[in-house]
Write a protein that binds this ligand. Structure first.
Ligand code: ATP
Length: 525
């Protein structure tokens, strides 16, 4: 992981938050980022997470990233377990593994009993545990913690300390920001301060003296790097005596028991300060006493691979449906159909009407899909999946939802209409064509007149409505071609279905979705 001459500012003419920042973090390193309020610590983490884009220089990060934002939003319409399962899938875990790890981390943070509770109803601290769990469950190569300990109780803070030690012991890189100068003191391998836009080495934080020490006697080969950086001394019989701060003893024991081959723990006890072996030796712990082992990387569908698009679409579809933002556009669609059509109406005219209504409704659903997620929650997804795939996932979720709505509308129109003048054999293909073309047109418009192409609802909504009207009335657009053919047929003209309108609409929608997704990768939020 490397930052080379990175510069960042939030808009032209504004002060540089970071300038010429250089940072290299190797495997197993634990790096503290410090500095006064507003100096740019979060900005630095967000650059590494891929949430912000550097204005100058390079940010090179190999491997999977996970991020805990400074403030996790309680307004996510998921249950804790469901949310973690989605995030696990987005991180590239197989379905069963995502399920298992979601349960494991809820258990580990002591909130398994709240797994079915909506996040909005969780206490602030419990919500923060979910925020931390979503970043830990995928065993990411780069773990970014922005004041992740804030709001956690003492036990959960210690659990997070242990999890960080496990991550670095497993070769991960961890960068953290925290206002407590003693946070992870003693295990931090480097510290940097952001001061006046520059990133300066601040040296590893010193361990606070006076904490209790734990001694562990281990037989067998002991790895060079261990959680808590224990002092070590070879014993006469070939075993190793390790002495570590009590806060890291759990992580150290877990590591010793999970190396291959596992070390044999002969004794564990409190240090008496003397040089000899452990005196008040406790029973050596069994691996089982630490609960289920963190899942192996084998659970990751393809380590380091891109987040599966299907997982993103599933997440955004459920988010849209659960947020109930779909209600206004769907109600508007139903109302317009009810008001604008009557039973037994001529089918081609009815299909043209329902298709025309579908264009602004699909554009509206896109707006709902790309705005339903709180920004901090989106940051977690972007860190795991990257901004392009994340936005594409939201747009495809809107396409899926609009298509389902269009299919239901089509079925209703076909059932309600029944005029003998219509050529019944052609109503179904004509209905499918107009629905597909109008949904694609609406989704294309929604993609182009929302974040990140047009920022701000004050421009996006009127421009989107104007674009939808133009797409319907301008001669030669795919939607206009199909609607004109249907209106002509409803007036007893011969029906010529413009089938080429479908590939044209597909092309336009594909280009609009790709342009919007690519722009999401280039524009800061
Ligand atoms: N999205 C944004 N748009 C505009 N300015 C921003 C944005 N995000 C951060 N800033 C500004 O950038 C500066 C650095 O912010 P940042 O959050 O990185 O600081 P920080 O060191 O993490 O602060 P704190 O310790 O208070 O969390 C601040 O002046 C902040 O107002």
């Amino acid at each position: 992981m490397r930052l080379g001459a990175v510069g960042k500012r939030y808009g032209r003419g504004t002060p540089w938050i970071l300038r010429d920042a250089e940072l290299a973090v190797g495997s197993g390193e634990l790096v503290r980022i410090e500095g006064p309020n507003g100096s740019g610590k979060s900005t630095l983490l967000r650059l590494v997470a891929g949430i912000e884009r550097a204005d100058t220089g390079d940010v090179v990060v190999d491997g999977r990233r996970a991020y805990v934002p400074e403030r996790f939003p309680p307004a996510l319409p998921f249950h804790a377990h469901g949310y973690l399962r989605h995030l696990g899938r987005i991180h590239g875990l197989r379905r069963d593994e995502a399920e298992r790890r979601a349960g494991y981390w809820l258990e580990r943070f002591g909130i398994a009993g709240r797994s079915g509770t909506p996040i909005a109803r969780l206490s602030k601290g419990t919500c923060q545990k979910v925020a931390v769990a979503q970043a830990l469950l995928a065993e990411a190569d780069v773990l970014l913690l922005d004041e992740a300990w804030t709001g956690l109780d003492r036990v959960a803070r210690a659990e997070l300390d242990t999890a960080v030690a496990e991550r670095t012991a497993g070769g991960g890189r961890v960068l953290f920001v925290d206002h407590d100068p003693n946070r992870l003191a003693g295990t931090t391998t480097a510290a940097y301060a952001v001061v006046d836009g520059t990133l300066r080495a601040a040296g590893p934080a010193e361990q606070q003296p006076g904490g209790p020490l734990v001694r562990i006697e281990a037989e067998g080969p002991v790895p060079e790097w261990l959680p808590g950086a224990p002092a070590r001394k070879p014993l006469a019989d070939g075993a190793t005596l390790l002495e570590v701060d009590a806060r890291h003893s759990d992580a150290l024991l877990r590591r010793l028991l999970t190396i291959d081959p596992p070390a044999h723990i002969r004794a564990v006890g409190e240090s008496d300060g003397g040089p000899g072996p452990v005196r008040s030796a406790a029973q050596a712990p069994a691996a089982a006493s630490f609960g289920p082992e963190p899942a192996s990387p084998a659970g990751v569908a393809a380590a380091g691979s891109r987040a599966p698009l299907g997982a993103l679409v599933a997440y955004y579809t459920e988010l849209l449906l659960r947020s109930q933002r779909w209600l206004p556009p769907v109600l508007a669609y139903v109302l317009l159909l009810v008001v604008g059509m009557s039973a037994g109406e001529e089918a081609f005219g009815a299909l043209a009407f329902s298709g025309a209504v579908l264009v602004p409704v699909a554009a509206w659903l896109v707006r709902c899909a790309v705005t339903a997620e709180p920004a901090a929650a989106r940051s977690c997804v972007v860190a795991a999946a990257g901004p392009v795939r994340t936005h594409l996932g939201a747009l495809l979720a809107a396409l899926l939802t609009s298509s389902a709505l269009g299919a239901l509308g089509l079925a209703a129109v076909l059932l309600m209409s029944g005029d003998a003048r219509s050529d019944r054999a052609w109503t179904v293909p004509a209905g499918l064509l107009v629905t597909a073309v109008c949904v694609l047109t609406g989704v294309a418009i929604g993609s182009l007149f929302n974040r990140p192409v047009v920022l701000g609802a004050q421009y996006g909504i009127p421009l989107g409505l104007a674009a939808a009207t133009l797409a319907l009335v301008t001669a030669g657009t795919p939607a206009n071609l199909v609607l004109r053919a249907l209106i002509g047929a409803s007036r007893r003209e011969r029906l010529h279905l413009p089938v080429l309108a479908l590939p044209e609409a597909l092309l336009v929608a594909g280009a609009a979705l790709a342009a919007a997704a690519l722009l999401a990768g280039r524009r800061q939020e």
